[in-house]
Design a protein around this ligand. Structure first.
Ligand SMILES: NC(=O)C1=CN([C@@H]2O[C@H](COP(=O)(O)OP(=O)(O)OC[C@H]3O[C@@H](n4cnc5c(N)ncnc54)[C@H](O)[C@@H]3O)[C@@H](O)[C@H]2O)C=CC1
Ligand SMILES: O=C(O)[C@@H]1CCC=N1
Length: 267
């Protein structure tokens, strides 16, 4: 397996490092991670046995595949810092919202190998969802290798880059909306007298189980919802209030706002 590098050891990077090392696909000794904040590096080393440095150039020199896991506004500085060390064989993987493949090529050169990926943080527990798109310099075999890395901690699909904004809305950012939903359900359970830790467990398992039903039964979510709503029962009362309060409209509006922000960042 190739040597893997991460520039940035923050939230998304840590989830992916944990996912790929915990899966056994790549051992920590074949992973090099850089960050400016030493405690983040210390945590990555202690947790996953990876090699660490504060010098991103060292990551590029020691890696076949380099994942850029810094914030979008830091990309130009990092790309300019590493570009002379990115030869025609190294694979650069961008995971930033709002950074198109073209914008990466404008600094590294259009002859370099670039793959854009939109992952999400459930990668940490092996339940990530990632979308991949590539430039013309990436071979099918290289794309398959990078896809295998993201499949080591979840699911991965190849998409056209035009869909990345929608992927961010529906998947990259989506864990945050779901965490809010779980928190709100648990708050209500606490109102009902349930201890908070127990409330989070019940709410989170209900969400995970429901998501698993959508993925594995192939049934429409509306049909699965109807299966829970017993006539004159408890569930339809909650559904009635959710519709009265505009739950689905609010979710649609929020995800559209997320996609619009992604498009704005891509300009
Ligand atoms: N957090 C998430 O759920 C997701 C994030 N992303 C993308 O991942 C990227 C990172 O996002 P987060 O992990 O949330 O941010 P973060 O702020 O948690 O991590 C960024 C890390 O980069 C480090 N850093 C800053 N400048 C650096 C430099 N010059 N060299 C090396 N390291 C440097 C920071 O110290 C920090 O640890 C962003 O581009 C974001 O759009 C993509 C999908 C999901
Ligand atoms: O909030 C953000 O910009 C990043 C990209 C997708 C999830 N987190």
């Amino acid at each position: 397996m190739k040597k893997l590098g991460f520039i940035g050891a923050g939230n998304m990077s840590s989830a992916m490092i944990g996912g790929v090392v915990n899966s056994g696909l790549i051992s920590g000794e074949n992973v090099t991670v850089s960050d400016l904040y030493q405690p983040s590096l210390d945590k990555a080393k202690d947790s996953f046995g990876v090699n660490t440095t504060q010098d991103s150039v060292e990551v590029v020199k020691n890696s076949d595949i380099v994942i850029l896991a810094v914030k979008p506004n830091v990309y130009p500085a990092v790309l300019n810092q590493i570009k002379e060390f990115v030869d025609g064989e190294k694979i650069i993987v961008s995971i930033a919202a709002g950074k198109t493949i073209e914008s990466i090529e404008s600094i590294l050169g259009s002859d370099k190998k670039v793959i854009r990926v939109m992952p999400n943080t459930p990668a940490l527990v092996g339940e990530g969802m990632a979308a991949l798109c590539k430039n013309a310099n990436i071979t099918d075999e290289e794309l398959a290798i990078v896809k295998q890395i993201f499949e080591s901690f979840g699911k991965a699909e190849v998409v056209g880059e035009y869909l990345i904004d929608a992927v961010i809305g529906a998947s990259g950012s989506a864990p945050a909306y779901v965490f809010m939903f779980i928190e709100a359900i648990a708050d209500a359970a606490v109102i009902g007298g349930m201890p908070r830790p127990q409330a989070y467990k019940f709410a989170a398992q209900a969400v995970m189980g429901s998501a698993k039903m959508v993925l594995e039964t192939g049934k429409h979510p509306g049909e699965l919802k109807d299966m829970v709503c017993s006539p004159a029962g408890t569930t339809i009362e909650a559904v009635r209030v959710l519709e009265e309060e505009g739950f689905r409209a609010a979710v649609i509006k929020s995800v559209v706002a997320c996609m619009d922000k992604s498009k704005e960042m891509s300009k």
